[in-house]
Design a protein around this ligand. Sequence first.
Ligand code: ADP
Ligand code: MG
Length: 226
Amino acid sequence: MILLEDVNRIFQVGGQPVHALAHVNLEITQGEYLSIMGPSGSGKSTLLNILGLLDRPDSGHYLLDDKDTTTLGDDQQARLRHFRIGFIFQFFHLVPRLTAADNVALPLVLAGMPVRERKDRVAAALQRFGIANRADHRPDQLSGGQRQRVAIARAVIMNPSIILADEPTGNLDRASGEEIILAVESLRAEGMTVLIVTHDPNIGNRADRAIRMVDGQIVADDRRAP
Ligand code: ADP
Ligand code: MG
């Protein structure tokens, strides 16, 4: 379970404080599918980065399964992130000089998995997301949709419990975007919690729960009728 208690994040921009997150309270149950919408600059990415332990609140608490992450050191946070959280970004964030297979393998290499086991796991993930025939291609040899599928394979290769997707279709054409959404939604079958930031109401309204942010605050939190 995810629990944010009165989380604040303030950036100093040109000597002025910007409340990227202002008094955010949020509880998310394991396995929920949430969308986050709101205007540009409303704090969506800041919220995702804090949930993903890429950033820390300036005040307030972030509890992950009853454990207060704000008291953890950077190394402990990094370990938690590595095993529990998968990220998907708008611009893919793949390593340009590595093949698709090596990009997907990267988290397993960091986890010290033996090469044999790694190969099987990566092959299965590439297969699952329909890019097995692109295993040896570098990112610049792939379409946007293919790059994002590589990024999804990498995000799930450690079998995380939380998937955080920040505008994953923002740089894709409609057809590729739809494929990506279906791939992300397929992760729910494994009980993963899925959070997706999007500008597209058609995507946002597919989630079980739609959060709306304005000026660093959650201004709406709608659950779709079951
Ligand atoms: P969104 O993802 O909804 O577009 P962000 O979370 O990226 O919004 O940003 C929220 C606010 O915080 C914006 O005003 C943005 O300019 C500011 N902000 C975000 N990250 C930083 C940063 N690293 N340094 C300074 N200001 C930032
Ligand atoms: Mg953003």
